[in-house]
Design a protein around this ligand. Sequence first.
Ligand code: SF4
Ligand SMILES: [Zn+2]
Length: 456
Amino acid sequence: MKNAIRTLSGVTPVAVLTKPFPCPGSCIYCPHEENVPVSYLAQEPAVMRAITNRYNPFDQVSYRLNQYIKTGHITQKVELIILGGSWSSYPFEYRKEFVKSCLDALNKKKSESFEEAASINEKAEHRMVGLSIETRPDLITPKEISRMRNLGVTKVELGVQTTDEEILKLIRRGHGVKEVKKATQLLKDAGFKVLYHIMPGLPGASPKKDLEVFDILFQNSAFQPDMLKIYPCVVVSQTELYHWFKEGKYVPYANSELLDLLIKIKGKIPPYVRLMRLFRDIPANYIQGGSKKSNLREIIREELERRGLACQCIRCREIRNQTPEKNLTLKRINYEASQGREIFLEYIDSQDRIYALLRLRIPSYVFKKSESLFKVLGNSSIIREIHVYGVSTPLSNKGKVQHRGLGKKLIEKAQEITQREFGLGKMAVISGIGVREYYRKLGFKLQETYMVKELK
Ligand code: SF4
Ligand SMILES: [Zn+2]
């Protein structure tokens, strides 16, 4: 199996791009290339695949699935990752048709409607177990949340970039920190997993300020992202930043400075956060200023080892295809987030390696005694994520780590906490369309796009 690493988290990621649309933002570092969605570059691998398939969602998914199958990957559990800029600003009809076509490709059958495609996918050979989109925080409204749920979205990548108000103004982000906090709360209360894009090294930043951003992210309960993609700022041509760079108004960090910063950042990531990326793979020929080192990740790993440090994020602790231990411990971490309570449960072994996790949220409206956005979520806790790690195993097989009943045990624990500690009468799961069957077997029923279990 080539590139086994991609499916080692238990799920096969399939990234597809929307066709180019204008973006309501005008961030100074953002490239605009012809026939490429804003903020992307023609020579990035996912973009090249999308161009080959003329941005057709059906063809992109089929093409990627076939690539995976040819290289020996198991593709029954697919996480669909829709890229291409500010999803929420695109025409809704386009978005609906886009997701439908992706489902059609997974189902290997063209359906009459979105609803039909979704229903077929519940029992299809390639099931969509998660759907991720990327968007701007200021586009997250209650209406947009409903639309995302109707399309089966489970994870939202937010372009946050920094928590520094001055820098946000300087880079013409077009929104402030207030919008980030509000979006985070709305999303979490509706059960979404929230991923932040953070950009160290922006104009106006310094390594010291950048490091403070990470303190703020995890000490201020208004942020607390579940996942992070860190994209150090680089200068590419056709951007405003390129002019600033030429005029000497912007000076990127030196490689050694950036390296030191990223190592320190790693040390600040809490164990309940997954650090997805430490940089974006931008082809070196695009980079006019900033780090071109494509092996930065290895250098950082070696440097961490040399300094005797280890990143404790989820990604670095996943069991993957290592030999599992027999005795596991259920560990619990509680933290406040967006005026609600987060309970992070994980099965770990004696080396702190992670086998399964569950994110349970007691939403803010439970404490504020206010209305929930979706009626069905009233008086309910919400499971925002369940993940069992290890090699992706076929749905019917007993795998090394997946399908050992860890997911079920975590759900039972979450139910106990919901009932005994918070006295709530329901537990809801934001479930990918392709995982609904799994929850049905555990006594959950589909209500308003959520899988819900009434607790006696
Ligand atoms: S919001 Fe994103 S896509 Fe839009 S201009 Fe800013 S960086 Fe580019
Ligand atoms: Zn890590």
